[in-house]
Design a protein around this ligand. Structure first.
Ligand SMILES: Cc1cc2nc3c(=O)[nH]c(=O)nc-3n(C[C@H](O)[C@H](O)[C@H](O)COP(=O)(O)OP(=O)(O)OC[C@H]3O[C@@H](n4cnc5c(N)ncnc54)[C@H](O)[C@@H]3O)c2cc1C
Length: 407
C-alpha cells in the first residue's frame, strides 16, 4: 500500500510529537509513526520514573503548541533554586530564580504526562495521520521525494522525512548518516524517594568522583533521583534491597535531605554522547536525540530537542508559506545552521564538565572547588550561566510558527 504526505515524522516521543503539534496549522499533510502506541494515563499508576527538568524556554514552546495547559498543575514542580556542590571539597554554587528575575529556574515534569498532553493536541488534527505501531524498514531518496518502507510492506512517500526516533535512530542508520561518540560506560539509576527533610522546590546535584547524583523536586513532595554510576556499580546499586538502597542514596547525597525513608522501584538508562556528521540532507532532517545525545548531568537533552523541533517548525512554516519545497536542502540548511553549533557547544561543555568532576586527583579537585566558589561569588558570570541553562539566550521562533491548532 502506498500513501502520500508532505512530511513524515518517525518517532512520536516528546520531540517528534512537539514538531507535529507545531506544524498542525501549516497546511502540510503529516504522517507520524512510532514503534509504540502513545501512552495512556492510568490514574492508579505511580508517577513515571522518567522525568525531565524543563527550562522556561521549553515551557514557552510547549505552551505555544497548546500542550502545557493540559498537564495537571499537581504534576508539575516549579523549582526556584538549585544547589550544586562537590563531594571532595567545599566548592558550592547556589542559583536562585530571583537573581535573574524569573518565577522559576525550570519545571520537573514526567515524560508520560508530557506525551499525553501533546497527544491531546494531536488527536483531532485533520492534516495528521498517526500510524502505530510501525517501524521503518528501508528508506530511499530520489530527486523529488523520500520513500519510507515500513515493516509489513506499506510505503509512505513524502517531500521530507524527519528522524525523531531517539539516540538509536533507525532512520539515521537506514539513511547512512555517520555518527561519532561513545558510551560513557555509565548508567543513570533513577527512582522516586521519600526524604526526611522537605525539598523546598530546590534541585540539588552533588558531584561524586563516581558520577553526579541529582535530587529533583516532585510536586507530591518526593524527590526524583538521577544517579550516574559506572555500569558495574549501577548494577550493584540497583540490586540493593530498599533499605540498603535508601541508605546508599542518603550517603551519596551527603544527607542533604536527611534520611531517605522510602523508594519506588528503580530503573536505569545507559548514558552515551553522540554527534552526527550532518543534521540534514535533501528530503531528510534529524532532531532531538536522533541528532545528539549528551550526559544528563545538566538535564539539557530534552530542552535542546524541543528547540530543534521549534526551529525546524519555523523553517518549514516559512517554506510552506512561500510555496518552497520543504525537502529542499537550502531550506533545511537554515535549520541546521541554527541548531548544530548550539547543540555542539552544549555537548562539549557537558563532556568537559563530566571529565573535570569525575576526577579524584587532588589538584584537579582543589581547582574545581575554587572555580565553583569563584563563580558563585561572581554575579555576572553566574547570571550568564543561569540564563543559558534556562534557554533565555536561545532564539525562539516567532510564536506564529509554533502555534499548532488541533482543528
Ligand atoms: C536519566 C536521564 C535523565 C534525563 N533528564 C533530562 C532532563 O532533566 N532534562 C532534559 O532536558 N533532558 C533530560 N534527559 C534527556 C532526554 O531524556 C532526551 O534528550 C529526550 O528524551 C529525547 O527525546 P526524543 O523525543 O528525541 O527521543 P526519545 O525520547 O528517545 O523518543 C524516541 C521515540 O522514537 C520511537 N522509536 C525509537 N525507535 C523507533 C523505530 N525503530 N521505529 C519507530 N519508532 C521508534 C520511540 O518509541 C520513542 O517514542 C535525560 C536523559 C536521561 C537518560
Amino acid at each position: 500500500m502506498k500513501q502520500e504526505f508532505d512530511l513524515i515524522i518517525v518517532g512520536a516521543g516528546v520531540v517528534g510529537a512537539a514538531l507535529a503539534a507545531a506544524l498542525c496549522d501549516s497546511g502540510l499533510r503529516i504522517a507520524i509513526l512510532d514503534a509504540r502506541e502513545p501512552p495512556r494515563l492510568d490514574p492508579k499508576a505511580d508517577w513515571d520514573l522518567r522525568v525531565f527538568a524543563l527550562s522556561p524556554a521549553s515551557r514557552q514552546l510547549l505552551d505555544a503548541v497548546g500542550a502545557w495547559k493540559s498537564i495537571p498543575a499537581g504534576r508539575v514542580c516549579a523549582y526556584t533554586a538549585m544547589q550544586v556542590w562537590d563531594a571532595m571539597g567545599r566548592g558550592r554554587i547556589q542559583f536562585d530564580c530571583a537573581e535573574v528575575g524569573a518565577e522559576a529556574l525550570g519545571y520537573i515534569v514526567e515524560n508520560r504526562q508530557l506525551q499525553h498532553a501533546l497527544w491531546q493536541r494531536l488527536e483531532h488534527a485533520r492534516t495528521l495521520t498517526a500510524i502505530f505501531p510501525a517501524r521503518p524498514e528501508a528508506v530511499h531518496f530520489d530527486a523529488q521525494h523520500v520513500v519510507l518502507s515500513l515493516e509489513g510492506g506499506s510505503q509512505l512517500h513524502a517531500r521530507l522525512l524527519v528522524a525523531a526516533d531517539g539516540a538509536d535512530s533507525a532512520v539515521r542508520k537506514l539513511a547512512g548518516i555517520e555518527t561519532t561518540g561513545a558510551s560513557y560506560r555509565q548508567q543513570a539509576v533513577v527512582a522516586h524517594l521519600f526524604t526526611e527533610k522537605p525539598h523546598r522546590n530546590t534541585a540539588r546535584q552533588r558531584f561524586l568522583p563516581s558520577g553526579p547524583l541529582a535530587l529533583l523536586p516532585l510536586a507530591d513532595g518526593r524527590v526524583s533521583l538521577v544517579w550516574s554510576l559506572d555500569d558495574a556499580r549501577a548494577e550493584e546499586v540497583r540490586a540493593l534491597d530498599d533499605a540498603q538502597f535508601c541508605a546508599a542514596v542518603a550517603e551519596g547525597s551527603g544527607h542533604v535531605l536527611g534520611h531517605v525513608t522510602g523508594t519506588t522501584k528503580r530503573a536505569a538508562f545507559p548514558l552515551q554522547r553522540l554527534r552526527v556528521r550532518a543534521y540534514v540532507r535533501p528530503h531528510l532532517a534529524l532532531i532531538g536525540d536522533a541528532a545528539h545525545a549528551l550526559h544528563p548531568l545538566a538535564g539539557q537533552g530534552m530542552n535542546l530537542g524541543l528547540l530543534d523541533a521549534a526551529t525546524l517548525s519555523g523553517v518549514l512554516h516559512a517554506a510552506a508559506a512561500h510555496e518552497r519545497d520543504i525537502g529542499d536542502l537550502a531550506v533545511l540548511r537554515r535549520y541546521e545552521r541554527e541548531r548544530r553549533g548550539a547543540n555542539l557547544a552544549m555537548i562539549m561543555a557537558l563532556d568537559g564538565f563530566k571529565r573535570v568532576f569525575s576526577n579524584d586527583i587532588r589538584p584537579v579537585a582543589l581547582l574545581r572547588n575554587a572555580g565553583l566558589s569563584a563563580v558563585n561569588r561572581f554575579t555576572p558570570l553566574k547570571s550568564a550561566f543561569m540564563r543559558h541553562a534556562m534557554g533565555l539566550n536561545a532564539r525562539l521562533p516567532a510564536p506564529t510558527h509554533m502555534q499548532g491548532r488541533s482543528d
